[in-house]
Design a protein around this ligand. Structure first.
Ligand code: HEM
Length: 177
């Protein structure tokens, strides 16, 4: 994992160092650091939102793959799970930014954090594309359930991608530095 170490070294040569040091002095950052319950509380919100985002994504993707929920049509599953997923993502972004502010240097000058952000961007763009394609096929889906191979592949790919984002989040604490 030398490359992770080198990536962190590279981050140390950027303006991220000054920027993160500047953020550390924000009153809100100082407030977060001086209240012992604050960081664990936002971490808990972050983790609960992961459960909602991943749970709703998994249930929709399993429906696409025909693994569960087949007693309801795809449109019902799509309308049920989609709002949960995007609302949870909003809470994740908000709580994630707060966690970032709580320990700016540790998180911003951290290779794994940026890998997680890149994977997250791919997962969000991929999910938008996936759901858009799904919307266009809701009418015909249950008529020809064996088709739509690209969307089934997309469901598997996105499930793996979200797992990698979750692993990346947990791994931030163990990035080589
Ligand atoms: C812009 C969005 C996000 C930002 C800025 C962000 C930022 C952070 C930060 C700073 C931490 C704390 C790391 C540490 O102190 O060790 C964290 C933890 C974590 N994040 Fe995120 N995050 C975001 C979105 C997400 C998403 C969408 C997921 C998963 C679907 C996720 C999964 C995790 C996990 C699993 C942890 C570890 C929690 C723990 O063990 O306490 N994050 N995130």
């Amino acid at each position: 994992m030398d490359w992770l170490f080198h990536m962190t070294e590279l981050l140390r040569t950027t303006h991220l160092v000054e920027f993160s040091l500047w953020v550390s002095d924000w009153p809100f950052a100082l407030w977060l650091q001086s209240h012992f319950y604050a960081i664990p509380a936002f971490q808990t919100i972050h983790i609960l939102s992961i459960a909602v985002l991943f749970g709703s994504t998994l249930l929709l993707n399993f429906r696409v793959l025909g693994i569960n929920g087949t007693d309801q049509n795809l449109e019902a599953a799509y309308r049920r799970y989609r709002p949960w997923m995007w609302s949870a993502l909003l809470v994740l972004v908000a709580s994630g930014v707060i966690l970032l502010i709580s320990e700016p240097v540790r998180n911003m000058v951290n290779s794994v954090f940026w890998i997680k952000m890149t994977l997250l961007l791919i997962a969000v763009v991929g999910s938008l594309w996936f759901q858009r394609s799904l919307r266009g096929r809701l009418d015909t889906w249950d008529v020809s359930p064996s088709g739509h191979a690209s969307l089934r592949t997309g469901a598997i790919f996105l499930t793996i991608l979200w797992c990698l984002v979750i692993a990346g989040g947990r791994w931030i604490a163990y990035a080589p530095n």
